[in-house]
Design a protein around this ligand. Structure first.
Ligand code: NOJ
Length: 529
């Protein structure tokens, strides 16, 4: 059962549908695959599923180029099937979060096709940012805005006008100064809440509003012409009114370094929560982890919103790979493949990080495959890559395909029980030991650890939302308590440290010494009174 404030302390599992499970054997994941695996998700013990976009899409950006916000891509299934999935999950006590992409549409969306056909000066073009070019013959783009992906932010159409796209040319940006754009998205929210969605994840939530004058970008000048503009708050207040009328939850994808600006989106009449990318980007370093945790909690406190904790998603290098490197933080600017990686070390740290994040106050996100300890796949042949980040960077950025490879469910060779043999991205050899089947019976596997941790998290009254108190700890060690005598200790220091006085070990991320917590290990304990 989802209570009204379930989202304050939920464990949310991210389903990248295309790669989760393939029900019809065509090599692409689909809703039938998800429905068949609902028992797995229930056994894992998550409260909600967040689905990456499942709408009809030409897949120029993995579905973040939406052609119809009220339907399901035929490759994934049908709307009726999505409704069934939402209600079946609900029966298991699992809520559904859909992904709404309001900043841009697909260039195949009827609005954009109509805008192209209608020509310059038409009302259809006003739904987007069409402008004449600069230069003598309009041959230069209207401004020099930096792209969110490498490459240009403007594309010229046949009649000579240019249109804005912060991402790929197949993702034209909507004009959020237009009332029809606002109206349409509120209707789309209603559409999914009426179909039983418990929440909505808002893609690129801080990018929607643009300075209507579209001035050139000048480093350091405030306000930014398209990031974190004040107009956004009015938009999200109206969304909140819609969400509240259904008891639905709004979750923002907001990458902002300024925590005070970030928290403004979480005021009581705006979004419920937002992803915490400061924590995701943090290197494996105790003082910096502690600073990220304290910074997060301090930013959320004044607005009364719960924090979220994220170690991975479909955009970043998989956790065990990241933590197995010398530079364990995450930065899009330094994303690369072929860096020396110690996967055993990365896995040990990822296990410890799982216990750390699951013990922190607020809700936590788990990206499919994280519970299996999957590494980033770094050797996908170039002719199989799909991510526009790779292509638009001319191959200097490896792109995000490596964290989107179809999941291994069973067996000893590709497609590892995923479904059809011809998986849309190739799976590597060597995943036999990482399948859900191989790990299910083993308490000590990553899957075993997540299952136990999520079970304990559900039964421990002090976990999820609520206070955290730090304990004194040696250098490189993080130790804190939660209500009910619950303690969590993480040791990142080079040697073992003494465990705090405790009555019981609830769970450890790896083997413990006699009264000792080894390096890169975390433990949950019941503390002495
Ligand atoms: C953020 C999404 O997570 C990412 O996958 C996508 O490429 C961009 N937004 C653009 O929609």
């Amino acid at each position: 059962m989802l209570t009204s404030d379930w989202w304050r302390g939920a464990a949310i599992y991210q389903v990248y549908v295309r790669s989760f499970a393939d029900g019809d054997g065509d090599g692409t994941g689909d809703l039938a695959g998800v429905r068949a695996r609902l028992p797995y998700l229930a056994e894992l013990g998550v409260d909600a599923l967040w689905f990456n976009p499942w709408y009809p899409s030409p897949m120029a950006d993995g579905g973040y180029d939406v052609a119809d916000y009220r339907a399901v891509d035929p490759a994934f299934g049908t709307l009726a099937e999505a409704e069934k999935l939402i209600s079946e999950a609900r029966t298991l006590g699992i809520g559904t979060i859909v992904d709404i992409v309001p900043n841009h549409v697909s260039d195949q969306h009827p609005w954009f096709r109509a805008a192209l056909a209608a020509g310059p000066g038409s009302p259809e073009r006003e739904l987007f940012h069409f402008r004449p070019g600069r230069g003598e013959n309009g041959e230069l783009p209207p401004n020099e805005w930096p792209s969110q992906f490498a490459g240009a932010t403007w594309t010229r159409v046949e009649d000579g006008e240019w249109y804005l796209h912060l991402f790929t040319p197949e993702q034209p940006d909507l004009n959020w100064n237009h009332p029809a754009v606002r109206q349409e998205h509120e209707d789309v929210l209603r559409f999914w809440f009426e179909r039983g969605a418990a929440g909505v994840r808002i893609d690129s939530a801080a990018l929607l509003a643009k300075d209507p004058a579209l001035p050139d970008f000048v480093e350091g000048r405030d306000p930014h012409p398209y990031i974190d503009r004040d107009e956004l708050h009015g938009i999200y207040r109206s969304w909140r009114a819609v969400a509240d009328s259904y008891g639905g939850v709004l979750i923002g994808e907001i990458w902002l370094p300024d925590t005070e600006r970030f928290a403004r989106y979480l005021r009581p009449d705006e979004l419920h929560t937002a992803f915490n990318f400061a924590f995701l980007a943090c290197p494996w370093d105790a003082p910096r982890l502690r600073a990220a945790i304290d910074g997060t909690l301090a930013a959320h406190a004044p607005v009364g919103a719960p924090a979220t904790w994220v170690l991975a998603n479909h955009d970043v290098t998989r956790t065990v790979t990241r933590y197995g490197r010398a530079d364990t933080g995450f930065d899009f600017a330094t994303k690369a493949h072929g860096i020396p990686t110690d996967l055993a070390l990365g896995t040990r740290r990822a296990r410890a990080a799982a216990l750390l994040t699951l013990a922190l106050p607020g809700s936590v996100y788990l990206y499919q495959g994280e519970e299996l300890g999957l590494p980033e796949v770094e050797d996908i042949p170039a002719d199989r890559l799909e991510d526009p980040m790779y292509f638009r960077s001319g191959g200097t950025d490896p792109g995000r395909d490596g964290c989107r490879v179809p999941l291994p469910w069973s067996g000893t060779a590709p497609p590892y029980g995923f479904g059809g043999a011809d998986t849309w991205l190739p799976q590597p050899d060597g995943w036999a030991g990482l399948t859900a089947e191989a790990q299910a019976a083993d308490q000590d596997s990553m899957l075993g650890l997540y299952r136990t941790a999520l079970r304990v998290r559900r039964t421990e009254a002090g976990l999820g939302d609520g206070p955290l108190r730090w304990l004194d700890a040696p250098d490189g060690v993080l130790a804190f308590t939660r209500d009910g005598g619950f303690g969590c200790v993480l040791n990142t220091s080079p040697g073992p440290v003494a465990l705090p006085q405790h009555r019981q070990i609830l769970l450890a991320s790896g083997p413990l010494g006699e009264g000792l917590l080894p390096q890169d290990t975390a433990v949950w304990v019941r503390l002495d009174e």
